[in-house]
Design a protein around this ligand. Structure first.
Ligand SMILES: C[S@@+](CC[C@H](N)C(=O)[O-])C[C@H]1O[C@@H](n2cnc3c(N)ncnc32)[C@H](O)[C@@H]1O
Length: 488
């Protein structure tokens, strides 16, 4: 169940320095130097990949990194994105037939490394060969295999032991995956391309699993890279060699990407600029705030993601010590969508009307509770939905409309509260939600531990337990705040 490099490694502090015979890394550097003109000597590259226990590989400093110094610059031609691929496939860049995720996934599917771990891609082979070979520990793999009736017992058990909100997020990922697969199949069938699905010489289900590998490479390794002047354009992403070995930590980032467009027109190191500075070489500099010593790992903060998002999208969670959420030291977050939906649905017809009102006002969903900054608190969206839930009566007549009106006045700031009774009622309602989250999380943790009385259990099971522990600690901490009368 573990990805390459996730097994226990015989090293001090869990890190193994890159051995001189890390052939794939050396081949990547030679390719970057000879095919793309990158400076991979000490003045052009101050990092290398090393194995990290529980995280595959990571990026480590070869020398102390002074603040804002250049760590490395990746030539535009060495990155895999919709621009470099459109040249290979002769795709229109103004009206592309596939999204960036789809075209990059298709290219990786065609060039998935062989059993020995080597990609035969004539263009990006040495780069693709450095990527992970499988994603057995990624929950999207278990979920897709489950849809294909190929999940093994361990995968089915893991799927059935996830918090409900994580299961729904996983199903959403599976739907996106299916949409992308369908688009790629349609493209292959309709493109008149010399490629046909029969070329893969494998059964359909294995082909889908190969595409899943490719799709997960894109989803776990791509970073933002501006190809289109519209900042939020979907093609603004790329696979970027070297940088894609950077692991995530929640609170710091040591690596700052310098978008080529910000360097235009006269920055050094941006030798192969695209139009208007987009799609040029990609420079990465050391943070000015967090110095890094020789041999230390350099992290890239992937974003302010909650653990459930890291788990569903990247297949890992940030761990923290027991009690850290209680104490407000860790950034715990719980989404109580499923409990709220049940409460609303239990109101029958009035519940449906309530849902309509919440949707109209933009307050449906994203109902979260947080441990930090202390005291632990419910999000404003959750408080607002609870206020409405406890303001409306069971019937759907005039009283219902009046209650909604009073609630809207609070939303627009014309009233502080709906009523004193309403404040009391929603806070009690919140306590009941906290209680429900705590009860089921406690039961799930007991069940996780009973399956593995010999501690510690494996890496994946620890991740699942961590998700439940976060639910438990945040819910308990919010309950403490409510009982203490905290004014949220
Ligand atoms: C961009 S890659 C980073 C390089 C990767 N570790 C490798 O070996 O190729 C992202 C993946 O690294 C792993 N990862 C990143 N940060 C991690 C962390 N803090 N703990 C465990 N795994 C992590 C996850 O598997 C994630 O999907």
């Amino acid at each position: 169940m573990r990805s390459e490099g996730r097994g226990p490694l015989p090293s001090v502090a869990g890190v193994v320095p890159a051995p001189d015979n890390d052939e794939k890394w050396i081949r990547l550097l030679k390719w970057l130097q000879h095919e793309h003109g990158m400076d991979v000597g000490p003045s052009g590259l101050s990092v290398e990949r090393r194995k990290v226990e529980g995280a595959g590989y990571g990026l480590f400093a070869l020398e102390p990194c002074s603040p804002s110094s250049t760590l490395f610059t990746i030539p535009s031609t060495a990155m895999i994105n919709s621009k470099t691929l459109s040249t290979i496939y002769g795709l229109s860049t103004t009206n592309p037939p596939l999204t960036a995720t789809q075209i990059i996934s298709l290219h990786l599917l065609l060039h998935r490394p062989t059993e020995e771990g080597t990609s035969r891609d004539p263009t990006f082979g040495p780069y693709i060969s450095t990527m992970p070979h499988e994603f057995d520990t990624h929950p999207v793999t278990w979920a897709v295999r489950n849809h294909l009736h190929r999940a093994n017992t361990a995968e089915m058990t893991l799927l059935s032991s996830l918090p409900p909100i994580v299961s729904s997020a996983l199903e959403k990922q599976v739907r996106t995956f299916k949409t992308d697969w369908k688009a790629v199949v349609e493209y292959i069938k309709s493109s008149g391309h010399t490629l046909t699905l029969n070329d893969f010489r494998t059964d359909h289900v294995t082909l889908i699993e190969d595409f899943l590998w490719a799709w997960l490479i894109v989803n776990t390794r791509c970073i933002y890279y501006q190809l289109n002047p519209t900042a939020s354009a979907p093609e603004n992403l790329t696979l970027c060699p070297v940088l894609d070995f950077a692991n995530h930590v929640p609170d710091v980032t040591h690596i700052i990407p310098v978008l080529p467009s910000t360097l235009f027109p006269s920055a050094p190191g941006s030798s192969k600029r695209g139009n208007n500075g987009f799609a040029g070489d990609y420079m990465f500099i050391a943070s000015s705030a967090t110095p890094v010593c020789k041999d230390e790992e350099l992290y890239l903060r992937y974003g302010g993601h909650a653990n459930r998002t890291l788990f569903v999208e990247y297949g890992f969670v940030s761990s923290w010590n027991e009690g850290a959420c209680h104490e407000g030291k860790s950034n715990g977050e719980v989404d109580v969508q499923d409990i709220m939906e049940d409460l609303i649905a239990s109101r029958g017809v009035a519940g449906q009307m309530l849902k309509d009102v919440l949707e109209e006002e933009g307050y449906w969903g994203d109902w979260t509770m947080h441990s930090r900054p202390p005291p632990a608190y419910p999000s404003y969206r959750l408080m607002s939905a609870l206020r409405l839930l406890h303001a409306v009566p069971g019937n759907t007549g005039r009283e219902f409309e009046e209650a909604c009106e009073s609630w809207r006045l609070v939303l627009v700031g014309q009233a502080e509260i709906v009523s004193a009774e309403n404040e009391k009622a929603w806070r009690n309602g919140l306590l009941q939600i906290c209680d429900k989250v705590s009860t089921r999380a406690t039961a799930a943790i007991v069940s996780c531990r009973s399956k593995h009385p010999e501690r510690p259990s494996n890496w994946v099971e620890e991740n699942v337990e961590m998700l439940w522990r976060e639910e438990l600690e945040v819910a308990e901490a919010v309950a403490v705040s409510v009982r203490a009368g905290v004014d949220f």
